[in-house]
Design a protein around this ligand. Structure first.
Ligand code: FMN
Length: 353
């Protein structure tokens, strides 16, 4: 990747993609307030670096649910990658493996679970689950995931209905019979979340009892994604979740939802170390990652920039995005006087007036 920031990469991706595919990935819901605020909220925070510490050797290793990985930077789940590259999720998974990052495969993948598993490197792969009302569909997925060696399931709970994006409705993705949801029964043609065909349909009528069922049924740990409140995080952990992802889905469904940088401290405080906390939304710089970890996140997930890397360079493009963030993370840690992730503590963040 030859760009110094992801804005240039996004421009290059846009030039390569059909406009509808670009808009589908870039857009947020409604007025895109939250999508933009996610980025701005990290940028508003200021660092209080430490000086006179030995930072010649920096360790970014972290254990996630008991598995050691090289970096606290994960690929966020997003579906329909064959809209962005002919190899789709197989390329994304391979790029993540080359970088040593955890890859989270989405339910709405356009490549099969088994083909993605074949791309796995040293880091584990996780699977993002939307739970349809028919539990036998989820059971079938869980069995396939276990057989394919997936390490955890990420249960997304912030999207009972799809949001609406005027920008995406104006510039739609036209469904393509060759691009299908490969892991759903009947492998239906892939429709994007912002397709007006979804209007008014409650797609995932999940409740706390569904989480309790999933925790019992899943042969691996359950992570809940899409939590913005401490009280909800507590309910999820009491129901058996082992980790929480503070996320507003990149601002793609409820516009005007709180930015994730602003929501994170409440969730961290509510759990007081009883479960791992990860965060996504608007993370674009190594300094953003330092801020997230200082505020108590154990790792971050990256959404759109990974898709720009995929669109411009396939697996190598994805690796480039992750390597770039990792390089920036190490540099930012060194400039903050920090040599390990455990030293990233809240006092590094200047208090806001
Ligand atoms: C094109 C696209 C598709 C997405 N699909 C899913 C999905 O299927 N499941 C899910 O939990 N999150 C999905 N997300 C949300 C991401 O996992 C993540 O929360 C968000 O993109 C992070 O914000 P960022 O893009 O600003 O980094 C999607 C995001 C994008 C951009």
């Amino acid at each position: 990747m030859d760009s110094a920031d992801f804005d240039a990469l996004e421009v290059a991706a846009r030039a390569k993609l059909p406009e509808g595919a670009y808009v589908f990935a870039a857009a947020g819901a409604a007025d895109e307030i939250t999508t933009q605020d996610n980025i701005d909220a990290w940028r508003r925070l200021r660092l209080r670096p430490r000086v006179l510490h030995d930072v010649t050797q920096v360790d970014t290793g972290v254990s996630l649910l008991g598995t050691k990985v090289a970096m606290p930077i994960l690929v966020a789940p997003s579906g329909r990658h064959r809209l962005f590259h002919p190899e789709g999720e197989a390329a994304t998974a391979r790029g993540a493996a080359m970088a040593g990052a955890v890859y989270t495969l989405a339910t709405s993948s356009t490549v099969s679970i088994e083909e993605v598993a074949a791309q796995r490197g040293a880091a584990p792969q996780w699977f993002q689950l939307y739970m349809p009302p028919d539990r036998s569909v989820t059971e079938g997925l869980l069995d396939r995931l276990a057989a394919a060696g997936f390490g955890a399931v990420v249960f997304t709970v912030d999207q009972p209905v799809y949001g609406s994006s005027p920008r995406s409705v104006r510039t739609p993705v036209i469904p393509n019979p060759d691009i299908r949801h490969m892991n759903l029964p009947g492998q239906p043609m892939a429709r994007v979340a912002y397709d007006p065909v979804h209007n008014g349909v409650v797609n995932f009528p999940t409740a706390l009892a569904d989480l309790e069922w999933l925790v019992k049924r899943a042969p691996f740990d359950v992570i809940v994604k899409g939590v913005l409140r401490g009280d909800d995080a507590r309910r999820c952990v009491d129901a058996g979740a082992k980790a929480i992802i503070v996320s507003n889905h990149g601002g793609r469904h409820l516009d005007a939802a709180i930015a994730t940088a602003d929501a994170l401290p409440d969730v961290v405080a509510a759990l007081s170390g009883q479960a791992e906390v990860y965060v996504d939304g608007g993370i674009r710089r190594g300094t953003d990652i330092v801020k997230a970890l200082a505020l108590g996140a154990r790792a971050v997930l990256i959404g759109r920039p990974v898709l720009w890397g995929l669109a411009t360079g396939g697996a190598e493009g994805v690796q480039g995005v992750l390597d770039h963030l990792q390089t920036e993370l190490v540099r930012s840690m060194q400039l903050c006087g920090v040599a390990s992730l455990a030293e990233l503590t809240p006092d590094l963040i200047a208090s806001r007036r």
